[in-house]
Design a protein around this ligand. Structure first.
Ligand code: ZN
Length: 318
């Protein structure tokens, strides 16, 4: 039977400074800002989406930048590391690039065969990895400031810090079409597609502190499903597991359901069939502030309350 969950869709995190956030993800990492909109539940705050050329599922990192938000603490019950996929042999390039922008990083480490990574944090302390590998067949995307042979291809995977692993593992495997594909000590790797880009690593850290929300922490992890029908089927499966699942919510560029997994992380299942070209052409994604229809009448008030942002691409050229 065809999987109803096809892989990862997006990761949404909290930030404290809109300009620094744009500089880090679109400038230094070279992702494209594919949508500039507002937090539908708090219209005085941006919702910024970064991704590949069109913001394909599995490449989308999104932020709510609340100016001055107090820093959170990464820990158990959170997605603690978001890993991006880079081509094999591109780590040297990235280490030099991070040095140039004064981003400290840890020495390269090997996790599995053909998988070498560096860990660093964004300006709010969010955990990021660049994973050099030769298994990801996706093309990278670049505005031109990063040579294409080094460009980020999208997610490699995510790491969930948990007290235990079995309940979360069973949820992923029994209800969400994931398979256990690797295991090493306290790390359990799952994937729905089996491919780089969709890895979900559960890391058991029973002795560590629980995470506390705030800037530099992830708000939720979204998995991809094809459309409303497949989402409905996943929702029904989740309900039989006793989970408290929201009704479908309209997020404009996808439809979503949310629930909390047994380890405490907020999961979402988002549809892949709408996308970011819904309200602006591919060539102009992210250029103007997009509002949901029910906020259009408040546009001038909303625009006045947001600081204008524009990436100075020249600053980030090699
Ligand atoms: Zn989401």
């Amino acid at each position: 039977m065809k999987n109803k969950i096809t892989g990862l869709h997006h990761v949404t995190a909290l930030a404290s400074d809109t300009k620094k956030n744009l500089d880090f993800y679109a400038g230094i990492l070279g992702l494209r800002m594919v949508k500039k909109t507002i937090n539908f539940d708090a219209p005085d705050v941006y919702h910024l989406y970064y991704g590949d050329e069109v913001g394909n599922p599995g490449t989308i990192m999104t932020f709510f930048p609340y100016t001055g938000l107090v820093r959170g603490r990464k820990g158990k019950g959170q997605l603690t590391v978001t890993s991006f996929s880079i081509p094999e042999n591109s780590l040297d390039y990235w280490m030099k690039r991070l040095e140039r922008f004064n981003i400290p990083f840890e020495s390269p480490q090997q996790r599995f065969d053909n998988e070498v990574f560096i860990y660093f944090e964004d300006t709010d302390g969010l955990g990021i990895e660049l994973v050099a590998n030769n298994t990801d067949t996706r093309k990278g995307f670049t505005y031109g400031q990063i040579p294409i042979e080094y460009a980020v291809k999208g997610f490699y995977g995510v790491s969930l810090s948990e007290e235990g692993y079995e309940k979360t593992a069973n949820l992923l495997m029994d209800k969400m079409d994931h398979k256990l594909i690797s295991q090493k000590e306290n790390l359990f790797r799952f994937s729905a597609s089996g491919k780089a880009g969709d890895f979900v690593d559960i890391i058991c850290l029973p002795d560590s502190l629980r995470g506390v929300g705030g800037s530099g922490t992830v708000h939720h992890l979204a998995f991809a499903t094809e459309n409303d029908q497949s989402q409905k089927e996943v929702r029904e499966r989740l309900l039989t597991n006793g989970l408290n699942v929201t009704p479908m919510l309209d997020r404009q560029y996808f439809h979503s359901i949310y629930f909390r997994e047994p380890g405490g992380i907020l999961f979402e299942v988002a549809t892949s069939d709408i996308g970011f070209t819904l309200d602006e052409p591919k060539e102009h994604l992210g250029e103007s502030l997009k509002l949901p229809s029910w906020e259009e009448s408040n546009r001038s008030i909303i625009e006045n309350g947001l600081i204008p942002i524009q990436l100075n691409i020249e600053k980030f050229h090699d």
